[in-house]
Design a protein around this ligand. Structure first.
Ligand SMILES: Cc1ncc(COP(=O)(O)O)c(C=O)c1O
Length: 388
């Protein structure tokens, strides 16, 4: 955000204005989508801040500035996908280095560390840091080579909660960096850097974009030196987003706060309603008082998010029947957009963790609760549960 606009403005104001003053040439109130791949130089090395579009582009810069501001970060870096952003983080490591990794994480993140970085010599230990005995779990997982603690909170798909500030303090005391995947919460509900995280990871494909029409990733980084190394990887490995993708995420950010408020309200009501259904044996939503991470979530989040997972008492066949019976809840992967989605993690988003310690219950369904009319969403689930 430009200094004259003031860094202390509220979240909603910064989401609309940070990094995107009216265009100095035309006065356009929306940042132009800059498609140019190269930028004229007045003399060799003398230019207006841009040389070649992989290294930097004005639309991407606007997004990077805005989202870094929202996350309270020193620097923001946009990537072609959430996994491209995560891949850049793992490039900070050297063969022999070790990562403490969530026992419950997005399956693609697990596949990346296990199948891509594992063979290169990056080791990992899955550790459930969401329970009351997390200190002992961290102790047990720790090695002299541990360089990174990866946190996903709320986690995908079980919505487990990790105390970011406590784990960050413990990891820093032993000299490791802390990465938080903030995809489910967004900076509107949770600010990991303020709680001690070093790097925040996003799949911008989800709530940040918010309309199921763009794939993107993002890193928000606290320390300038770490940021410089990650910026080097962004350019040198080249997993960058195109200008139109940056524009779509930037546009999504403008309504993030109002969308998240509605996502939270709808999800909380649906979680409570599901609790009263005979066919459902367990509901996972951090806003429910009975959720094991509720107190921590209430401390570190300003709302409990739009994701709800639940287990069908009758198991996998019932879960599959419900998943194919909803009409408003579209059966599809992904999450975080205005429309409601339902999916079966065991066979869909988390199929890549089958057979590993991260394998999920086959009776589990995950809802990405959209911002449609609540009554319509509950009617839809009510009809579908009758097929379970
Ligand atoms: C929590 C989380 N992190 C990271 C990713 C990966 O993001 P992308 O699909 O944009 O590569 C996802 C994708 O579903 C996710 O749910």
């Amino acid at each position: 955000m430009s200094p004259d606009r003031g860094a202390a403005k509220g979240f909603e104001t910064r989401a609309i204005h940070a990094g995107q003053p009216p265009d100095p040439v035309t006065g356009a109130v929306v940042p132009p989508v800059s498609f140019a791949t190269t930028f004229a130089q007045d003399a060799v090395g003398v230019h207006k801040g841009f040389e070649y579009a992989r290294s930097g582009n004005p639309t991407r810069s606007a997004l990077e500035e805005c989202l870094a501001d929202l996350e309270g970060a020193e620097k923001g870096l946009a990537f072609a996908s959430g996994l491209a952003a995560e891949d850049a983080v793992f490039r900070l490591l050297r063969p022999g280095d070790h990562v403490v990794f969530p026992a419950d994480a997005y399956g693609g993140t697990f596949r990346l560390i296990d199948k891509v970085w594992g063979p290169v010599g990056i080791d990992h230990t899955p550790a459930d840091l969401s329970g009351p005995g997390w200190e002992a779990v961290l102790d047990g997982a720790w090695r002299s080579t541990t360089r990174l603690v990866w946190i996903e909170t709320p986690s995908n798909p079980l919505l487990s909660i990790v105390d970011i500030a406590a784990v960050a303090a413990a990891a820093h005391a032993r000299g490791a960096l802390v990465v938080v995947d903030n995809t489910f919460a967004t900076p509107y509900l949770q600010q990991p850097i303020a709680r001690g995280a070093d790097i925040v990871v996003h799949s911008a494909t989800k709530y940040l974009g918010g309309h199921s029409d763009v794939v993107g990733g993002f890193l928000a980084v606290r320390d300038p030196e770490v940021a410089e190394r990650l910026a080097f990887f962004q350019n040198a490995a080249g997993g960058v987003p195109g200008p139109m993708d940056c524009y779509l995420v930037l546009r999504g950010l403008k309504t993030l706060a109002v969308r998240m408020d509605r996502h939270c309200a709808n999800a909380a009501a649906i979680a409570r309603w599901l609790q009263g259904q005979e066919a459902v044996s367990e509901v996972r939503y951090p806003g429910l008082e009975g959720h094991p991470g509720h107190a921590t979530a209430a401390l570190q989040m300003s709302g409990f998010g739009g994701m709800v997972s639940f287990v069908l008492r009758a198991g996998e066949a019932a879960a599959l029947a419900v998943a194919r019976s909803t009409e408003l809840f579209t059966l599809a992967e992904s999450l975080g957009a205005v429309e409601s989605l339902i999916e079966h993690p065991h066979r869909m988003t988390h199929a890549s963790v089958a057979g590993s310690s991260l394998e999920v219950h086959p009776g589990l369904l995950r809802l990405s609760v959209g911002i449609e009319s609540l009554d319509d969403l509950i009617d839809d689930l009510d009809r579908a549960l009758q097929h379970s």
